[in-house]
Design a protein around this ligand. Structure first.
Ligand code: TXA
Ligand code: MG
Length: 339
């Protein structure tokens, strides 16, 4: 299959709408990361998404809508908390897990009786849903296990030959995927942290919001997970990633001692100049949003330069940093060293 990579125009958006309506899969920019979009009500379309990604069958997809009316049939009811949160955070990078409605196919939800829904704020994603009338299921547009793509070129690198079209909307703004929040119980639980934080959610809901343990800790193989995505290795470049926690001074001493051919440091902006080994920066030390924005493209760059082992500066664990920490600890397979 030939994969077209097109800038947004009337023609390319028309083509994308046509493909979606025909049950094909399209690479689409969103404000978080690029997605692989397919009609959430069409089993065959959703099967093609799983195939293109090589995604495990038991990992459900997020449904993207462009207005609240579309929730009819997608969810069986809308919890009160969801109404409040939608008012504050939609369109935007918040996915809410609600009871599944009858209109979506089982493949979208991987057989679960709940569904994750979000309303993206990216103008191209929005327009595509509005114009086609197709609420689309869309996972991140990477091959399963790889870092999520934040540019159309990154999508092309993984999906060339696997899907007919990628729309090029430039670099994604947030850089990490949406915050996933379960509303299936009285106390909402964050299943995946993103740029919308626990504090922001609590401030709007006026109640406690929990953070799932699996966000920062490796879970036991036999433990029950709240979100299937928590079980899998994720966000991994070809290189082995090791998180190194401690001061820059100790980090520098450690990585310079460990250096051999193929070793890289992944550090905060400006620190590269103080290191004597090859290094890649992933954002400002005191600005988690900039780390989130750059993280996945830095991980992908490491593959391009042929890194074998990557020692990475450890981010904080609060607010937006929690999203960065969560992606890094997973790309490191929970390998973390204190220096
Ligand atoms: O920002 C995003 O959310 C991006 C863009 C494209 O919108 N999409 C994305 O999708 O990150 P994906 O498939 O890569 O991640 C979806 C996550 C997975 O960890 C999955 O297990 C979880 O959400 N999830 C989806 N539906 C769920 C459900 N019903 N219950 C629990 N977890 C669910
Ligand atoms: Mg993903």
């Amino acid at each position: 299959m030939e994969t077209k990579l097109l800038k947004p125009s009337k023609e390319s958006l028309d083509l994308a709408c046509k493909l979606l309506k025909q049950g094909e899969v399209v690479g689409v920019p969103t404000e978080t990361v690029y997605g692989l979009a397919g009609d959430c009500k069409n089993s065959n379309a959703v099967k093609k998404i799983f195939q293109a990604k090589g995604r495990p069958q038991d990992n459900p997809l997020i449904v993207h809508i462009s207005n609240l009316k579309m929730l009819d049939g997608i969810v069986s009811y809308v919890p009160e908390d969801a109404k409040i949160l939608a008012k504050h955070f939609w369109p935007g990078p918040l996915t809410m897990i609600m009871p599944k409605g009858k209109a979506i196919c089982d493949e979208t939800c991987a057989g679960l009786d709940s569904v994750g829904v979000r309303m993206p704020s990216h103008p191209i994603a929005k327009e595509l849903i509005e114009r086609s009338g197709v609420p689309f299921a869309a996972p991140s547009a990477n091959l399963s296990g790889k870092p999520s793509p934040t540019t159309a070129e990154d999508v092309f690198a993984d999906m060339n030959g696997r899907i007919p079209l990628i729309l090029d909307g430039g670099q994604c703004n947030a850089g990490v995927e949406s915050t996933v929040l379960s509303l299936l119980q009285e106390t909402p639980i964050i299943l995946r942290p993103g740029v919308i934080t626990q504090k922001q959610l609590e401030a709007v809901l006026h109640k406690k919001v929990e953070v799932a343990k699996a966000i920062t800790q490796e879970i036991d193989k036999n433990e029950k997970v709240l979100s299937p995505g928590m079980k899998y290795k994720h966000y991994s470049p070809n290189a082995k990633v090791v998180l190194v926690r401690g001061s820059f001074k100790n980090f520098k001493a450690y990585v310079e001692k460990k250096y051999e051919n193929g070793t890289f440091a992944m550090c905060f902006d400006g620190e590269d100049k103080k290191l004597s080994i090859p290094s890649i920066c992933y954002g400002k030390k005191s600005d988690a949003a900039s780390q989130a924005h750059n993280l996945f493209s830095a991980l992908r760059k490491l593959d391009k330069v042929g890194a074998k082992i990557v020692f990475t500066r450890c981010p904080q664990k609060n607010d937006i940093s929690l999203a960065v920490y969560n992606r890094l600890i997973r790309s490191a397979g929970f390998d973390i060293i204190d220096v």
